[in-house]
Design a protein around this ligand. Structure first.
Ligand SMILES: [Zn+2]
Ligand SMILES: [Zn+2]
Length: 325
């Protein structure tokens, strides 16, 4: 399917078909993945290897180089654990246990095929390398005094701490919406964001399935925000917990909010699983991450969003019944 046809997906053809499932199985995954990530990750490793070699060969013995390596390894492992626990846990609970009980129905007619999930895992694992690289940028920014992190005391009893957690979430939400709109412009969509949109029926494994450039754009908001917003390390952990939860929820393939959730305008400010699932099917609507403000203010909610949520969460819904949407 061409970019143009993906961008203009109509309401009539947005639902997954059995043919689409067979096409996924036939599509090669590993070579396109290597072609996309190898130049970027190769460049990153070349840069790291050059600095390490110069440090060793010229006898600089710079502490910052060895610490940066440790930071990279620590951030990579922490993020890998975060991904495996959150995405793997959600997959185990919803796709392996609950779905088989028949108590829950997926948002789309069928669950994604195994090759789709393998592709999502490949890209997510490669994104963790970029996140670890941004971890090194945060370390260097902190060491040079450009980024404002503070320590000590019990932050949980401090009003500023809770303000900083909310502020970080609101800032990231705005950053995500506008960079996401930018990623949907013709060139950036074709070159970068299309990787994430290869999942028409996303699973929790798609939480970090980005092109390396998109992974960088998403992660760099932390050091950018920390230039002006003083943060305790716990602020970052709280924000990451909410971010990971919402990311997995948006790609879960099942709706968790109750049937009545969107009936009050006061609750419509928060996004649902259906919201981002529709973004993967319809492409050119529903751009928001945590909140629905930006989509409401700029008229980018899909016109069928509320009706689709009602259909998916209806008590007797069998899920994926396109005609009733
Ligand atoms: Zn997505
Ligand atoms: Zn998108």
């Amino acid at each position: 399917m061409s970019v143009a046809s993906e961008q203009s997906a109509s309401t009539a053809d947005r639902w997954e078909s059995p043919q689409a499932d067979r096409a996924v199985r036939a599509k090669p995954i590993f070579l396109p993945f290597l072609k996309t990530v190898a130049p970027w990750l190769g460049g990153l490793f070349l840069l790291a290897a050059t600095i390490t070699t110069l440090d060793w060969a010229l006898g600089w013995d710079m502490q910052v180089v060895s610490r940066a390596r440790t930071v990279f390894a620590l951030v990579y492992m922490t993020n890998l654990i975060r991904y495996v626990v959150a995405a793997g846990g959600a997959f185990l609970l919803f796709y392996v246990i609950l779905w088989r009980t028949g108590w829950i129905t997926p948002i789309q007619k069928k669950l994604a095929a195994a090759p789709e999930m393998r592709r999502e895992i490949f890209y997510s694992i490669s994104s963790l390398t970029i996140f670890a690289g941004v971890g090194v940028i945060v370390y260097l920014g902190k060491a040079s005094g450009v980024l404002q992190f503070y320590y000590g005391g019990n932050p949980l009893v401090d009003y500023y701490f809770w303000f900083s957690v909310v502020a970080m979430i609101v800032i990231h939400d705005a950053w995500f919406y506008w960079t996401h709109r930018l990623l949907h412009t013709k060139l950036l969509y074709a070159k970068v964001h299309r990787i994430h949109h290869q999942s028409h029926n996303p699973t929790p494994w798609a939480a970090f399935a980005f092109h390396p450039v998109e992974a960088f754009v998403q992660a760099i908001i932390l050091p950018l925000a920390a230039i002006l917003l003083p943060m305790h390390p716990l602020t970052v952990i709280f924000w990451m917990l909410y971010m990971t939860g919402m990311n997995v929820f948006g790609h879960l393939g099942f709706e968790l909010f109750p049937h009545w959730f969107l009936r009050s305008p006061w609750r419509r400010w928060h996004n649902t699983g259906v919201h981002h699932n529709m973004h993967h099917r319809c492409v050119s609507s529903n751009y928001g991450l945590y909140f629905n403000f930006w989509d409401q203010w700029f008229g980018t909610n899909h016109p069928d969003y509320y009706a689709e949520f009602e259909r998916v969460t209806a008590p007797r819904s069998k899920g994926g019944d396109a005609e009733s949407a």
